[in-house]
Design a protein around this ligand. Structure first.
Ligand SMILES: Cc1cc2nc3c(=O)[nH]c(=O)nc-3n(C[C@H](O)[C@H](O)[C@H](O)COP(=O)(O)OP(=O)(O)OC[C@H]3O[C@@H](n4cnc5c(N)ncnc54)[C@H](O)[C@@H]3O)c2cc1C
Length: 374
């Protein structure tokens, strides 16, 4: 493979562009927006990076590999993109998702420690342990500055020789038709179009686009300290971060939101979701229960029926690939997924079967929620 056109400069497409351009492939990276645009899913301010993924060894290993590659990107661009503040899972049962995550991480030699609920007192500025069975601490997990990381990926791809084009693209057999009248051809074409992927290839892939909401609370200086970990309450479907970059403490309810078309404007966040976030804070971080709201917004998930990514060639068109279906947990994996896809494109290295096209089971319950907790 000497040349590639990649449509979509979100984290998936830009990571692949960076990977292939570094490997000497002539890459053209096309997007209708600037990389990191807030209308794309990768354009948010922060995304969790954690290896805990229940019993799923594939995503666990991928997140761990991604951590190394994110550091390589930081070294290339000289920016601090990953904040390794650790992450605490709040386990409500002895034998749930967190216990399975711990077993999978231990089997892969990934640092994690099981702590008594009371340990939360020394990890968070304010903590309520009620109802918790244990805490699972991933000390090397943390938060990615998502928008900046996406922009850095595209910039570094360009520095390695990629051409970045701003245009809207449409499939034309194994070529790419741009709205500026040009048609692009390459050895490989990869469509990494986030929430728009399903509309471009409705016969091949089912992507549901939903509205999700985020809240930022002013918790004062204690919540801005470097060592306050990120957190996930898997059973209660909520996650968040400390106050990073002065935005406020992030709390994001993580239920499947209502449908929101890929091109629809992102509406303001709702009072109902704010109440839900505050109810969680009141119980778990009592000092934040009445903290002033510093900001709120909505964003878009692009969900496959089973929460697994899509990375596969079109049937009968081996040079045309679909890449996407991040399903609320894709960001962290970007560079590791790109590495795996690059190996598949170059030498036919197998990808995990769960990324294939074809029928998907709707909602493998536990996995779905797991997928969407960052
Ligand atoms: C609120 C929220 C919180 C999240 N939290 C986490 C988290 O904590 N941890 C985590 O790992 N993941 C998280 N995720 C998921 C993660 O952000 C996404 O899985 C990931 O960003 C998807 O990247 P993408 O490149 O597939 O899509 P996108 O970022 O949407 O990129 C797709 C790009 O394709 C372009 N495009 C589409 N169609 C065309 C076309 N026809 N022509 C030209 N360009 C086109 C778009 O303009 C866009 O830039 C979260 C997502 C949301 C919304």
């Amino acid at each position: 493979m000497d040349s590639a056109v990649i449509v979509g400069a979100g984290v998936f497409g830009a990571s692949l562009a960076w990977r292939l351009a570094r490997d000497g492939v002539a890459v053209t990276l096309v997007d209708r927006f600037e990389p990191g645009d807030p209308r794309a899913t990768s354009g948010g301010e922060s995304r969790l990076i954690r290896c805990g993924h229940g019993p799923d060894a594939v995503y666990t290993a991928s997140a761990r590999r991604a951590r190394v590659l994110w550091r390589e990107l930081e070294a290339e661009c000289g920016e601090a993109l990953m904040v390794e503040c650790g992450l605490v899972w709040m386990a409500h049962a002895e034998d749930g998702f967190e216990a399975a995550s711990a077993a999978t991480m231990e089997a892969q030699g990934i640092p994690c420690e099981r702590l008594e609920p009371a340990a939360g007192d020394r990890m968070f500025p304010s903590f309520g342990a009620e109802g918790l069975a244990f805490l699972l601490h991933e000390p090397e997990a943390g938060v990615l500055r998502a928008q900046r990381a996406t922009q850095a990926l595209a910039r570094r791809a360009a520095a390695h020789g990629a051409t970045v084009v701003r245009a809207q693209a449409a499939p034309d057999g194994d070529r790419v038709r741009l709205d500026d009248g040009r048609t692009l051809e390459a050895d490989v074409v990869v469509w990494a179009c986030g929430a728009w992927l399903g509309g471009l290839f409705p016969a091949q892939v089912a992507i549901r686009s939903t509205r999700q909401e985020l809240f930022f609370f002013d918790g004062g200086p204690a919540w801005a300290a470097d060592d306050v970990p990120a957190f996930v309450d898997f059973d209660h479907a909520i996650y968040g971060t400390r106050d990073l970059d002065g935005l406020g403490v992030k709390a994001a309810p993580d239920f499947d939101g209502p449908p929101l078309a890929p091109d629809a404007e992102l509406p303001p966040a709702t009072d109902a979701s704010e109440r839900l976030s505050r109810a969680f804070l009141r119980e778990r971080f009592p000092a934040l229960a009445d903290a002033p709201l510093a900001g709120s917004k909505s964003c878009r998930y692009e969900l496959t029926p089973d929460g697994h990514f899509v990375a596969a060639p079109l049937p009968g068109q081996p040079s045309v690939w679909l890449l996407g279906g991040g399903s609320g947990h894709g960001f962290k994996h970007g560079p590791a997924l790109a590495e795996a896809v690059a190996a598949a494109l170059r030498s036919g290295a197998p990808l995990p079967a769960q990324y294939a096209l074809g029928p998907r089971d709707t909602l493998a319950g536990m996995f779905r929620t797991a997928g969407a907790t960052g």
